[in-house]
Ligand binder design. Structure first.
Ligand SMILES: *Cc1c(COP(=O)(O)O)cnc(C)c1O
Length: 356
């Protein structure tokens, strides 16, 4: 079979989605299924939609367009803040978008009005992670302006945590989100459809809290796809962590020294390589490289060790395992490595256990 390839076990993803949807539904919380980690793969999106999720979120309009063109009719939410130059496509390919800048919202309003549609806006508030969001003290003024605009509807407020600053959702910041939602509702006499938190790291808080307050939605990608992550960045109990695996083939397998010899300069990426002297070892070359993965996110299933990679080669110390040209090697991936493999046009995408 063709290599390198990423094998996507759709039944394992379905299991993760079902489990999390049940768990969160019991708390009164719905899920927006985030597909950016799989580049808006329509087959994965369909698995989300079949197993308890109604809204798909993605950070890229190109991914939303791809899913729309594959025939998916559900609500789409744009996760990344819209760029001014893409507002036409924002209203064309998404029904809801996350926003923090009034100038952009005004443009969305104009464009929606022109196209005779109603676009929903979720205002993002900053709660400490310091990626996107309006400072809470500025929120009221912005809501006031948003309420005056036509073509758009204020559908909710949201926050992003554990994205840049690594700040976890906890009782304190989630209570703050609830308070902000309630005060907006009271002040403006409206009901917010979505009070939304993210990302997957919301699990530890949601699983342990008795009272979710006004939070009624979470945006999840990683935990649906790879079963991560709880407070210690480990997998969530009862989920599959291996729905995605990268498979590569052996190109060369030879006993050679463990340390390069000759005058040493830099490697193909400008780094000065360091190698531990282990004497003679079995060095195996696999047909996958930095163009196809994130090196730090790969873990071989076999007891072999990654020594390094160039753009198209992965070199491992095979230790006690005998590998010969033509053998296949399975590598587990983390979110970053999965994203890179899904993005690489050189990696074939193979679906396992697809429901017909
Ligand atoms: C990516 C993203 C998510 C989902 O993050 P995961 O870590 O994959 O769960 C949620 N919200 C926003 C705004 C995002 O960009």
């Amino acid at each position: 079979m063709k290599t390198p390839r990423i094998e996507i076990d759709l039944s394992k993803i379905a299991h993760n989605v079902k489990k999390l949807a049940e768990l969160y539904r019991a708390k009164g919380v719905s899920i927006i299924g985030v597909t950016k980690g799989v580049c808006g793969d329509p087959k994965v999106a369909r698995v989300f939609l079949k197993n308890g999720i109604n809204i798909i979120g993605d950070s890229r309009i190109a991914n939303l367009k791809k899913m729309r063109e594959a025939g998916i009719q559900n609500l789409f939410l744009l996760l990344r803040l819209p760029a001014l130059n893409e507002v036409e496509s924002v209203v064309k390919y998404s029904s809801i978008s996350l926003n923090s800048e009034i100038e952009i919202i005004k443009e969305i309003s104009k464009t929606a009005l022109k196209n005779n549609i109603l676009h929903k806006i979720i205002l993002m508030v900053e709660l400490g992670d310091l990626r996107e969001g309006i400072m809470p003290s500025d929120l009221e003024d912005i809501v006031k302006e948003v309420m005056r605009l036509e073509g758009i509807k204020l559908a909710g407020i949201g926050t992003s945590l554990a994205c840049l600053g690594g700040v976890l959702p906890d009782d304190k910041n989630m209570a703050q989100l609830s308070d902000i939602a309630q005060s907006v509702e009271a002040k403006f006499g409206i009901t917010l459809e979505y009070v939304t938190s993210g990302n997957s790291s919301v699990y530890s808080w949601l699983n342990s809290t008795e009272d979710v307050g006004r939070v009624n939605n979470v945006r999840l990608g990683e935990s649906l796809l790879l079963g991560g992550k709880d407070l210690e960045c480990k997998g969530i109990p009862g989920l599959y962590y291996d729905a995605f695996t990268l498979v590569a083939e052996v190109l060369e397998s030879k006993v050679k020294p463990s340390v390069p010899y000759g005058k040493i300069s830099v490697d193909a990426f400008g780094d000065i390589p360091k190698f531990e002297n282990r004497g003679q070892i079995r060095r195996v070359i696999l047909d996958v490289g930095r163009q196809d993965f994130l090196l730090s996110g790969l873990s071989p299933r076999l007891d072999i060790e990654i020594l390094g990679a160039s753009s198209d080669h992965l070199i491992v110390d095979a230790k006690e395992t005998y590998l010969k040209p033509g053998d296949e090697v399975i590598l587990d991936v983390d979110y970053g490595a999965m994203l890179a493999a899904m993005t690489s046009s050189y990696v074939a995408k193979i679906y396992l256990n697809e429901e017909k």
